[in-house]
Design a protein around this ligand. Structure first.
Ligand SMILES: Nc1nc2c(c(=O)[nH]1)N[C@H]1C(S)=C(S)[C@@H](COP(=O)(O)O)O[C@H]1N2
Ligand SMILES: [Mo]
Length: 327
């Protein structure tokens, strides 16, 4: 990954400008924070791109489980006064190396990707390994909508309304054994449909992991939707993990396998660039990346630069996970 200070293309700026013009037309919606996400979605659902095509906000899951969205709005973790990032910005600026390393092209390359059928293998230190169907995963617990901060290690940040449920509910369903200390996630491997996986400088498939107590924290989510509907492919359909106090790469997308382990598992970015990316990767303004500072971040919706917050603003909730422990 590289710091975005060096990678903003003219096209990104074009999207920003167009969105600002559009935002003026939306009036209050552009300033909205809480409680209006579905209103915003309704508008952005018919938003047209300049070439006449629709914005790639169609849920990749299609008709599957449509009845369970958008879920119940939860205000427990609200992050006012920061404004919601418009869907038309976050859905065209993505990191998903399986498709491409160009953030503004992921949504275009991903929009015809079919995710149905999709199965999730549960393995390792569990009572009994099994396979879960995506429909069962989506319906495993009541869906909630939570507005979270999200901070990429490259220094860009956003505030988005994820739809899902606590990861702890999925963990309980997996019935891990007492000796399990870590949970590991493996993303899809399909070189024919994921052109980025032909680039052998990366150790495909994408794999990530959390310590089990981190994964069981109330803030860690199974993400199955965003902005009131199912995930579009560029955000990691049909499901992903969302861990808002860590850098974005700790929130793996399009997961096909969960494994419980006793030993700390290797992770994709740590394996690829061990001097740059560690296991815990908690957002910390005082710990610079070897190639850039982490003290400031840029909001992709407003363009505003602001100080980075320890644990991405969730210190009150998560700092205790790390007292007297490795972090
Ligand atoms: N499988 C997979 N998961 C991934 C990535 C990826 O390239 N592949 N990129 C990560 C990074 S670096 C970030 S910042 C977030 C971006 O999520 P978003 O595109 O939904 O905003 O996804 C993370 N999860
Ligand atoms: Mo990232």
């Amino acid at each position: 990954m590289s710091s975005e200070q060096f990678s903003i293309t003219p096209e990104d700026r074009f999207i920003d400008r167009r969105t600002i013009i559009r935002g003026m037309g939306l009036g209050l919606a552009g300033l909205s924070t809480l409680g209006v996400t579905h209103f915003l979605h309704g508008i952005s659902g018919s938003w047209m791109l300049q070439d006449g095509s629709r914005s790639a906000i169609e849920p990749a899951i299609g008709e599957l489980c449509k009845d369970v969205f958008p879920g119940q709005r939860s205000t427990r973790f609200d992050i006012a006064p920061r404004t919601l990032t418009p869907e038309k910005i976050s859905s065209v600026y993505n990191n998903f190396y399986e498709f491409t390393t160009q953030k503004n092209r992921v949504w275009q390359m991903a929009r015809n990707f079919k995710v149905d059928p999709w199965k999730i293998e549960v393995a390792g230190a569990v009572e009994k390994p099994f396979t879960l169907d995506i429909e069962d995963l989506i319906k495993l617990a009541p869906l909630e909508e939570r507005l979270y901060r999200f901070r990429c290690v490259e220094t860009w940040a956003m505030q988005v309304p994820w739809v899902g449920y606590p990861l702890s509910k999925l963990i309980d369903r997996c019935k891990p054994l007492g000796k399990a200390k870590y949970i590991r996630f493996v993303s899809i491997l399909d070189e024919d449909r994921l052109p980025g996986q032909k680039d052998k400088q990366w150790p495909w498939p994408y794999f990530e992991a959390l310590r089990l107590d981190e994964a069981r924290h109330d803030l860690a989510m199974v993400g199955v939707g965003i902005y009131g509907h199912g995930l579009p492919m560029q955000h990691g359909a049909p499901w992903r993990v969302v861990v808002p106090w860590k850098y974005g790469y700790k929130s793996p997308k399009s997961i096909v396998k969960i494994e419980f382990t006793e030993e700390k598992p290797p992770t994709f970015w740590n394996q690829a660039l061990p001097d740059e990316y560690g296991f815990f990767s908690n957002v910390d303004p005082s710990k610079p990346h070897p190639r850039w500072s982490q003290s400031m971040e840029r909001d992709i919706g407003t363009g505003v630069r602001r100080p980075t917050l320890l644990y991405n603003g969730y210190a009150e909730q998560v700092a205790k996970l790390y007292t007297g422990k490795e972090h």
